[in-house]
Design a protein around this ligand. Structure first.
Ligand code: NAD
Length: 498
């Protein structure tokens, strides 16, 4: 059985804790490898290593730091196919989707090639007589990232690229479900010219996360995962004096106005609801048609599309979606679908009994569509994180707007309409971080920032964009006067008062 260890000090090392987790092939249910779960001592050793390497990296001029990312982007492109297959094999998503995962991370690496410009700081000449004031953004030192299973390439890169470009050393604790790609990314960073010890991958579970959160040499923690853990990581990091940005779960709504192009909206819902088997934090899981006629027509259009979704293993190039990640995830999703039926929602398309010949032990769930879902139901309140779309019917625009406004989560939302006034009003009033107008999954590009509101995010700076440069650096402000300025004797008032 293949074992996956850690990546510390520029090379792969075996785990020494004696603890392992199984890595499954979600399409077959077979255990394909075991990943080591780090002990406190292993995490501490990785941090020591990172801490020792960091000052020299921080002192490397930003153009040289940028060049590592230039080369890394080239290597990502050259190794795209290998990375995508490696990713699909552990995650279960289709290879095309896995390439998207790598590409969305690659784009943030491209963005940080601009680090010489991005990390430039502010300068005021003559803030007082002969006084100059300037603020510089210095790296925080050693940063850490804790990532979820659903984007094992993109989210690690969203974290380590800006952190490392700013001059930090980094400890990545990937999801224990699909750790191979993160290790491969670290190898490619070394090949791209990154000094050893600057990017370390420490595999593990809650134990490794707690070791990160209590390690005094880690100054900043970025987390992406489910909301209960995001809340826990945020609180524990803060108690230990660390800055933290923690991104959690979602329940993304799409409002479909009576004037929307319904074919376009239905197509968008299929991609956004069922792509990656619904295991995306920006998946649409609630459709809100406005008016009975819109709802009837939409459900009529969606039903055959969902029934004909092609579901298969990652090796099937024609598959629209693959299995979900684990047996537990499958059982949780099926349990929630049963609950929705018990609660009285109308299960128009029932994918619970989906079986794929030759893959009977895979974690497949067929596409499901619920109609007449109401806000008091568990299937509405909870994040299902599977291929299940709920239709909540609204009588008016205000009623539709009210649903995402009152929902616990606030990651993404979309409106489909031809009316600019409705779209503008919606974008302005909605209390959600990322809004799509006739765009189903409004994931901002690398040079803007990504983050939700409400229980989808804890902390005040988003991922990538200029927010990420702020998160991974701290400000130092210098007020300076050169000796010629003190030749006139002691000063008793603030120089700026003169
Ligand atoms: P998860 O919360 O189970 O795990 C995330 C990370 O936390 C993993 O590295 C895991 O090892 C660690 N972890 C798990 N349990 C822990 C515990 N008790 N204490 C400390 N650490 C623990 O999430 P997941 O199932 O891997 O990912 C799916 C979730 O991530 C969904 O809720 C999804 O919406 C969310 N997500 C959010 C975003 C976003 O940007 N908002 C992006 C992607 C995924």
């Amino acid at each position: 059985m293949r074992t996956i260890g850690h990546f510390i000090g520029g090379k792969q090392v075996e785990g020494t804790s004696g603890r392992f987790a199984d890595i499954f092939n979600p399409a077959t249910g077979e255990v394909q490898a075991k990943v080591a779960l780090a002990s406190d001592a292993e995490l501490a050793a990785a941090v020591e290593n990172a801490k020792a390497a960091q000052p020299k990296w921080a002192a490397t001029n930003p153009q040289r730091r940028a060049r590592v990312f230039m080369k890394f982007v080239q290597l990502l492109n050259e190794n795209m196919d290998e990375l995508a297959v490696m990713l699909s094999k552990e995650h279960g998503k289709t290879v095309e989707d896995a390439k998207g995962d790598v590409i969305r991370g690659l784009e943030v690496c491209e963005f940080v090639i601009g680090i010489p410009h991005l990390q430039k700081s502010e300068f005021t000449e003559g803030a007082g007589p002969n006084i100059d004031m300037y603020s510089i953004r210095q790296p925080v030192g050693v940063g850490a990232g804790i990532t979820p299973f659903n984007f094992p390439a993109m989210i690690p890169m969203w974290m380590f690229a800006p952190a490392i470009a700013c001059g930090n050393a980094f400890i990545l604790k990937p999801s224990e479900r699909d750790p191979s790609v993160p290790i491969r990314l670290a190898e490619l960073m070394i090949e791209a010219g990154l000094p050893e010890g600057i990017l370390n991958v420490v595999n593990g579970d809650k134990g490794a996360v707690d070791a990160i959160l209590t390690n005094p040499d880690i100054s900043a923690v970025s987390f992406v995962g489910s909301t209960p853990i995001a809340r826990y990581v945020y609180g524990t990091a803060a108690l230990n004096g660390k800055r933290a940005q923690c991104f959690g779960g979602a329940k993304n709504h799409m409002i479909i106005m009576p004037d929307a192009d319904l074919d376009q909206a239905a197509n968008a819902l299929i991609g956004a609801g069922y792509g990656s088997a619904g295991e995306r934090c920006m998946a649409i899981s609630v459709a809100v048609p406005v008016g009975e006629e819109t709802a009837n027509r939409l459900v009529e259009k969606l039903t055959p599309m969902i029934e004909s979704l092609k579901i298969g293993p990652y090796t099937d190039e024609k598959a629209d979606m693959g299995p979900v990640v684990t047996k537990e995830a499958r059982e949780r999703i099926l349990g929630l679908i049963d609950r929705g039926v018990e609660e009285g929602a109308n299960l128009v398309v029932d994918g619970r009994d989906f079986k794929l010949q030759g893959y009977e032990n895979g974690y497949f769930v067929g596409g499901c569509l619920f109609d007449n879902v109401t806000p008091d139901m568990d299937i509405y309140k909870q994040e299902i994180f599977g291929p299940v779309l709920s239709v909540v019917r609204a009588k008016t625009y205000e009623e539709a707007l009210d649903l995402p406004m009152k929902h616990e989560y606030g990651n993404g939302v979309a409106i489909y309409t031809r009316d600019g006034d409705a779209a503008r009003d919606f974008a302005s009033r909605i209390n959600i971080g990322m809004v799509g107008v006739n765009v189903p999954i409004p994931v901002p590009l690398a040079y803007h920032s990504f983050g939700g509101w409400k229980s989808s995010s804890f902390g005040d700076l988003n991922q990538h964009g200029t927010d990420s440069i702020k998160f991974w650096t701290r400000t130092k402000t210098i007020t300076s006067r050169w000796p010629s300025g003190i030749k006139d004797g002691a000063e008793f008032v603030m120089p700026t008062m003169k």
